[in-house]
Design a binder for this molecule. Sequence first.
Ligand SMILES: Cc1cc2nc3c(=O)[nH]c(=O)nc-3n(C[C@H](O)[C@H](O)[C@H](O)COP(=O)(O)O)c2cc1C
Length: 154
Amino acid sequence: MSIQDNFRLAMRSYIYSVSVLSNKDNFGNCNAITVSSVTSISMEPPSLLVCINKDSKIHDRLQIDSDFCINLLTKDQETISNVCSSEAMHDQRFNDPRWNIESVPYLTNAQANIFCKVDKLISYHTHSIVIAHVTKSTSKDKINTLTYVDGSYA
Ligand SMILES: Cc1cc2nc3c(=O)[nH]c(=O)nc-3n(C[C@H](O)[C@H](O)[C@H](O)COP(=O)(O)O)c2cc1C
């Protein structure tokens, strides 16, 4: 097997938390994408990174100083994860009534909402690493996070 095949297999055995990154672009359009690559960087300043494929529709809509929200999903939000990771269901991404889209779109029933402002964009081959300042964060007391391992929800 190739290095890539072996690497893919190794990465499939990680247990990921599933989030949806959402934003509103300069044209007022809401965008959302399912992501598992969210990692905190530091507390001073409060910051995180997320890796975004350059082929995704949201990629060019993540500009320096623009706002987005990381919505950490709960176990009963598998459908939202599927909708936000399927090209075929692109027009259904904001159908769920739990979206608040007044300003930066966010899921009102998420496990956590982490509001961010893009600080740096680092291009790396197929992906951009988005580094962001955390501007506000809320989370539910009872942990019920949606996880993903070996290509399935766990
Ligand atoms: C569990 C899961 C995690 C994902 N994590 C990422 C990620 O971290 N970064 C990324 O660019 N795509 C990730 N994807 C793939 C995108 O969600 C998917 O390609 C999406 O359809 C791209 O958005 P678009 O259809 O609007 O272009 C993930 C998909 C799933 C199911």
